[in-house]
Ligand binder design. Structure first.
Ligand SMILES: Nc1nc2c(ncn2[C@@H]2O[C@H](COP(=O)(O)OP(=O)(O)O)[C@@H](O)[C@H]2O)c(=O)[nH]1
Ligand SMILES: [Mg+2]
Length: 291
């Protein structure tokens, strides 16, 4: 039986859990079934209670206390433990039918996405090559306020691209928290972020050439220096040469915006192709069974 899911990723505070909440509300409003999996062992409060929570397998607090680890090391330990106990996921997800959208809410530690092969192993287990056969789409969130600092925006875009390359599943990139930049950035300029345009680095407002007067070793000076500019151009050039990243815009308070992003995810995993045509009465029966 095919399964369908979305893995919601991105840096801490990008709005992943808020997006999951909005997605679940939207699915409920449209009489669709979903199964919410929380894989952030540090997440405490939820607008919708998770159907499966990593905290029922392992507690970050216990790990930190027993192993003498900090929050980042503790999180890595939790994921290594999850990989050794994949039955925890398999048993919960295996009975789900193709009607369900499995929503997996990830933690934000950047280490997870960039330099350890934990996520590829998890994704492998979830998708065809593994036991579960989930048609999985990755959704990578970056918050729109990053457009204010172009070097930061390209650094964030590089991490989105590195997740795309590492995971090898259909992928949507999302600029979240669009409400925070509304009215602050012209539509024409925003387009250059949505399809990242490397010339953004050449015409950054307030960017002046290095006058060589700064204090050597001072971070503020370094961030204005020509070497930093060359580094950013190299990062942007790399992103440009792959030509893989473009963003969808998310206004999480606007249900149409959430619905539009869901359509991209549905298309990426071909959700609708697998659904049985339903008689109107069937739909009512399914809903009753859900309640
Ligand atoms: N203004 C605004 N704030 C948001 C939005 N999405 C999330 N937030 C806030 O950003 C913070 C982090 O959000 P959360 O969903 O927990 O991020 P996560 O760490 O990626 O799961 C919270 O205080 C949210 O209320 C948004 O679209 N607009
Ligand atoms: Mg979260």
């Amino acid at each position: 039986m095919s399964k369908y899911g979305v893995l919601v990723m991105g840096p801490a505070g990008a709005g992943k859990s808020t997006f999951c909440t909005a997605l679940i509300t939207h699915l409920h409003n449209n009489r669709r079934s979903c199964f919410y999996v929380n894989l952030d062992p540090a997440a405490e409060e939820f607008a919708h209670e998770p159907d499966l929570d990593i905290k029922d397998l392992i507690s970050l607090e216990d790990v930190m206390e027993d192993m003498g680890l900090g929050p980042n090391g503790g999180l890595i330990y939790c994921f290594e433990f999850l990989l050794e106990n994949l039955d925890f996921l398999t048993e919960a997800l295996d009975p789900l039918t193709e009607e369900y959208l499995i929503i997996i809410d990830m933690p934000g530690q950047i280490e997870l996405y960039t330099h350890i092969p934990i996520l590829p192993a998890l994704v492998k287990h979830l998708t065809r090559t593994g036991a579960l056969d989930v048609n999985l789409c990755a959704a990578y969130l970056l918050e729109a306020t990053f457009v204010v600092d172009r070097a930061k925006f390209f650094a964030g875009t590089l991490s989105a691209m590195s997740a795309m390359i590492m995971l090898e599943v259909p992928h949507v990139n999302i600029l979240s928290k669009m409400d925070l930049v509304k009215g602050q950035i012209a539509k024409r300029d925003l387009k250059r972020f949505v399809d990242p345009d490397t010339t953004l680095l050449d015409d950054e407002p307030g960017a002046e050439e290095d006058d060589g007067q700064g204090v050597a070793g001072d971070p503020q000076t370094l961030m204005k220096g020509n070497s930093f500019k060359r580094l950013n151009r190299a990062v942007a050039g790399l992103i440009d040469s792959f030509s893989m990243v473009s963003y969808l815009r998310l206004e999480v308070q606007d249900e149409d915006s959430v619905g539009a992003i869901l359509s991209y995810i549905d298309d990426a995993i071909q959700y609708h192709e697998a659904q049985e045509p339903k008689e109107p009465n069937d739909a009512i029966e399914v809903d009753e069974a859900d309640d």
